[in-house]
Design a binder for this molecule. Structure first.
Ligand SMILES: [Zn+2]
Length: 469
């Protein structure tokens, strides 16, 4: 009797199974391994051989896709690109804390396009991912563009019921990032609101600028025990370990081969890897510019760059523009006092970027404020607080004249005196018998800046001792 109802029950059972599979899917990236292998066509042995020659592992995470192949889970390569990689220099690729031999050249802004087919959640994740890179101050700055035709990297949406989260079309070519990245809206959509959305976007950008999987040598680390790939191999693309990062896999790295659907901002080692590979050009030099010559240097400039510099405000400086990585600045007077900037412009291969540092020219500005009592009791301890003086490295106080700059607490002092804090913004004084001015000034190596002043009147009714607020 039971057999007669099998067909109907089978349909119900399959529907339930499908729901369970989809649900499980969102919890683990490994459950659909078999599903993938059954669904897509075999990759020709000839292609496998080429991929292995180019340094890719082909035993897992390899499948046909569009007019090419998904390699190592999320790298899309056409046959032409595989051929090009074989020809590229190098003796073996590696991953995250490993980079390929192909990197993005120069100091430049990478225009990134995000398909408007993605909703608000994914657009926010996109901004978050770009922000993570930009927060590092790398020589690559990532900016959102709304024009796909003008983009350096474009994120496009595709839909596929598979384990594939997304992919990058390989590594940089000719000094430019890989152009195309695609994310599967089966996984990445506003309703799913996956916690790893920003991480996956940052991960695919990582490939596009030349990073390989952190755990390329052992994908079991992130992909789980079901993963049969033990080592993705190095090959001709270069698997160059980055100094200062672990040789082995690192938990939480943004370039792990498989996502566990958690948010993974850059780890310390990720930052080391990114800084070592794309560390920003740095300006060294004393940022306080007095009347003597003060030399600045722009460091880590790529070979072949054309460098110019400009400092502002130019009317306060002896020279305010020049060429080359060395800039010599000098204030044109000992009386000047101003904030300023020194900006280098670096041009390489038609790409231009600016690197700036804030400078201070001359003496400090006057403190922004002066707080404390203007009516004080003779012999009292009184506290005064100066506001910040821009450009100051320390502070100086004057009290009603005559005063003692290093006084002790005594009864009935013959004059005003500084008890403590005479070099800081927070000063405690003992009030002498006479009225006068309390003044605070900023001090730096160029001199003493203008004062903030308060008129103070002494009353004789109080007598010594207590501290007034
Ligand atoms: Zn990847």
């Amino acid at each position: 009797m039971k057999r007669k109802t099998t067909h109907l029950k089978g349909i119900v059972f399959n529907a339930i199974l499908l729901i369970i599979l989809l649900f499980t899917y969102s919890c683990s990236e490994n459950v659909e391994e078999v599903y993938i292998q059954e669904e897509f066509g075999e990759v020709p042995e000839e292609i496998k051989a080429k991929l292995e020659k180019a340094g890719f592992d082909t035993s897992e995470g390899l499948r046909t896709f569009r007019d090419g192949y998904i390699v190592e889970t999320d790298i899309f390569l056409t046959e032409e690109k595989i051929d090009a990689l074989i020809l590229s220099e190098g003796d073996g690729p590696t991953s995250e804390h490993y980079r390929t031999n192909n990197l993005v050249e120069g100091c430049r802004t990478i225009q990134v396009f995000m398909d408007p087919d993605f909703g608000d959640f994914m657009q926010d994740a996109f901004d978050e991912a770009l922000g993570r890179y930009n927060a590092l101050g790398l020589r690559l700055t990532f900016a959102r563009t709304l024009n796909e035709n003008n983009s350096d990297i474009a994120f496009d949406a595709f839909f596929e019921r598979s384990r594939l989260l997304g992919f990058s079309d390989g590594f940089p070519v000719g000094g430019d990032p890989a152009e195309n990245i695609a994310l599967n809206t089966f996984h990445y959509n506003d309703a799913a609101a996956r916690p790893d959305a920003a991480t996956t976007i940052a991960h695919e950008i990582g490939h596009a600028i030349g990073f390989r999987h952190t755990d390329f040598m052992n994908r079991v680390f992130s992909c789980g025990a079901n993963e049969t790939v033990v080592n993705e191999g190095a090959g001709n693309d270069g698997a160059n370990h980055i100094n200062g990062t672990p040789v082995g896999p690192e938990a939480g790295s943004w370039m792990l081969a498989c996502s566990n659907n958690t948010n993974r901002p850059f780890t310390n080692n990720d930052r080391i890897a990114l800084n070592d590979t794309y560390g920003g050009l740095t300006i060294t030099g004393n940022t306080l510019v007095c009347t003597g010559n003060n030399t600045f240097t722009l460091n880590d400039v790529p070979a072949g760059s054309v460098v110019t510099w400009q400092a502002t405000p130019g009317n306060l400086l002896v020279q305010s523009t020049g060429n080359g990585v060395t800039a010599v600045l000098s204030a044109n007077s000992s009386s000047v006092s101003s904030s300023g900037t020194l900006t280098y412009t670096v041009t390489l291969n038609g790409e231009t970027c600016n690197i700036s540092t804030n400078i201070w020219i001359g003496r400090p500005a006057s403190p922004s404020s002066l707080f404390g009592p203007s009516l004080v009791s003779y012999g009292a301890l009184v506290n005064y607080r100066g506001g910040i003086a821009q450009g100051a490295t320390s502070y100086k106080w004057y009290l009603p004249y005559p005063y003692n700059p290093n006084a002790s607490v005594v009864v009935d002092p013959s004059r005003w005196g500084i008890i403590s804090g005479g070099n800081s913004r927070y000063m405690t004084a003992i009030a002498g018998p006479n009225n006068g001015l309390v003044q605070v000034m900023g001090v730096n190596a160029c001199g003493t800046g203008g004062a903030k002043i308060m008129n103070v009147t002494v009353t004789t009714s109080g007598g010594g001792g207590g501290i007034m607020p």
